[in-house]
Design a protein around this ligand. Sequence first.
Ligand code: SAM
Length: 330
Amino acid sequence: MLMDRHGRTVSYLRLSVTDRCNLRCLYCRPAESVSYIPHEQILTYEEMTEIVAVAQSLGVHKVRLTGGEPFARRDFIPFVAQLHERFPGLDLRITTNATLLGGRMPELKAAGIRTLNISLDTLDATTFAAITGVDVHAKVLAAVDEALAAGIRVKINAVALRGFNDTELPAFMDFARRYGIDVRFIEFMPIGYACRWSEANFWPAEEIVAALQRLGPLLPETNADPHSGPARMYRIAGSDGRVGVISAVSHHFCASCNRLRVTCDGRLRTCLFSDKDYDVLGVLRRPDYQREMLKELVAQANEEKPLGFELLAARRRKAVCQRVMSAIGG
Ligand code: SAM
C-alpha cells in the first residue's frame, strides 16, 4: 500500500486513454481548436495494462478509464474486455460522453461493462449544443435508454454552470426519479490554460443542495464505503433516484484523496490541481525496463502528493493548473 506524507493511501487510478474528443465542452478545453498529442507519444494498450498491473500491486483496486472521449480510441472496447479478463478482481469503470455508444450495448456488456458514468450537463438540446459545441444531445439520451435496457447501470455527471444549467434542477430531479439513477452536479473547476471559469459562472454546491431540497423531500445518504468517492448524495423520497454534488472547489476533500491519475501520454499526476507530473512513459520505454522501476517512480510521486486545496487557494492566475482537462481525464 502506498501512503503519502499526509497519511493518505492510494486505491484509485484514473487512466486516460486518449486526449481526443468529439465534443468541445466549454469548461473542459479551449474554444480554439487544440492540437492533439502525437500518436507515438500516446501510451499503447500494452503499456496501459502494465500500468494497471503496477497500480494493482501497490494497492489500487479501482481503475476508471477516461479521456478525451475513451470510446473515440480505436479498439477501446476490446481493451476493456482484456482488462476485465486479466484483472478479474479490479473495479473497472468508464467515464464517457456516451455519444458514440449507439447500438453498442451488447458489445459493452460482453466486454464486462456493468456501469457507465455518463457526462450530461443539460436536458435541453439547445443548451447542450451551446455547452459542447455539437448538436448530439439526442444520442446521449438514447444511449442512457439503451444502457438501462441492457442492464448497464448509469450515473449522470453534470458540471454545474451558472447561466447554462442552473434552471434545470427540477428537470434533472425528475430525470433521476424517473430512471432511478444518480445525477451528480460537479462544481466547475478552474483548470487549463484557457479556462473559462469565472465567479459569474461558478455555481457552488451548497446553493445546489439548498435548491434541490426546496424541490422535494431528500434523504441524505451516509456512505459506508470510504472508497466510494467524494459525492454527497441524497435519495429522492419514494424513488430509487438520487441527486448529489461534488464540491471540488468550495469544500475540498483532499484529506481523503485516494487517487492517482495517468494521462494518455503517460504522465502521472498525483493531484488534479497540480501540473507537477512524473514520466511514466519514459520509464516504460526504457530498454532495460523492469516493473520495480515504475513502482519506485509511483512511490516517489505519491510521497510528494500535495494538498490540492492549498494550490487552489494560492493560485494567482484564473486556472489552478495549465494542462486542459481533456488532456488530464477529469
Ligand atoms: N469524455 C468523457 C466524458 O465526457 O465524460 C471523459 C473525459 S471528461 C474530461 C471527464 C469528466 O470531467 C466529465 O464528467 C467532465 O464533465 C468533467 N470536467 C471536465 N472539465 C471540468 C471542469 N473544468 N470542472 C469540472 N468537471 C470537469
